[in-house]
Write a protein that binds this ligand. Sequence first.
Ligand SMILES: Nc1nc2c(ncn2[C@@H]2O[C@H](COP(=O)(O)OP(=O)(O)O)[C@@H](O)[C@H]2O)c(=O)[nH]1
Ligand SMILES: [Mg+2]
Length: 308
Amino acid sequence: MLEPVNIKYTNPLYGQLIVGPPGSGKTTYCHHASKFYKELGRRIGIVNLDPGNENMENKAEVDVMDLITVEDVMDTMRLGPNGALMYCTEFLEEHMDNWLLPALNKAVALGSNYFLFDCPGQIELYTHHASMSHIFERLQKEGYHLVTVNLIDSHYCSEPSKFVSTLLMALNMMLRMGLPHVNVLSKADLLKQHEHNLKFNLDFYTDVLDLKYLLEALDDSPSSKKYKKLNAAICSIVEDYSLVSFQLLNVRSTESLLRLRNHIDKANGYIYKAGEEQSVNTMMACVVSAETETTKQSKDFEPYIPHE
Ligand SMILES: Nc1nc2c(ncn2[C@@H]2O[C@H](COP(=O)(O)OP(=O)(O)O)[C@@H](O)[C@H]2O)c(=O)[nH]1
Ligand SMILES: [Mg+2]
């Protein structure tokens, strides 16, 4: 007798969990990546999991704001913004079975199999609270191949002390999420504006090697001196784990989106899915990987040209 076919393997589901501090560019990335991936022929669905999301250019296929919003909870429960966000996240977890999973299944039935999850940015939801990680675990059990895409504003490269915090934040997130992970320095085009503040070449920030130079570059003001040992300890932890590195992203550049896509595809195993995109896209990917690091970086670094 034939074994029943497991639908999870015949139609694998993929998901990018897009996290990062508020304002780091998550919603903008979802919008541009969705457009770009669709042009490559992928069956994309945007899932907004941020109940306080602003600047949503398009309606997401699945939107938690149809279930609950931070604003409503603040009004009805008389909570502050952070408390309301916690409440919404717990509410979402409670309604996994009767709201989120059915909504995702509906999107799958309509043809999507690759989801961009626009997640809330507040870091405490991932470091001190369990609901988001329960939601992600449940998605994995449902057969989603997940990858975390952690967006961090590249403005944090402009000062060594800010970059030290960024490294710790990225490492913490990687360890907490326990999933394939890609760290991204977003708004790389704006780095141009802070170029005069950059103490090192771009690859110093993306490769995260030799952090002793970063420690040497910390300023000698009394407030910084106080934290010298702490900063040294943080850098040593980051170096010991040897996990943190960054990709640059300028969301308006197709090449930049393509380079990031290549990294993400390796991280979540999408690259091993046979028989797809044997076209212009593959050729473009080869061209991109044949570029030198300097060329790649200078392209992401190009000045921002406003859209329309
Ligand atoms: N210059 C530039 N601005 C960006 C980029 N990505 C996002 N932004 C801007 O950053 C701001 C915050 O973006 P948003 O997507 O709402 O951040 P979120 O809170 O993480 O979802 C918006 O004004 C975006 O236009 C980028 O790659 N380059
Ligand atoms: Mg947003």
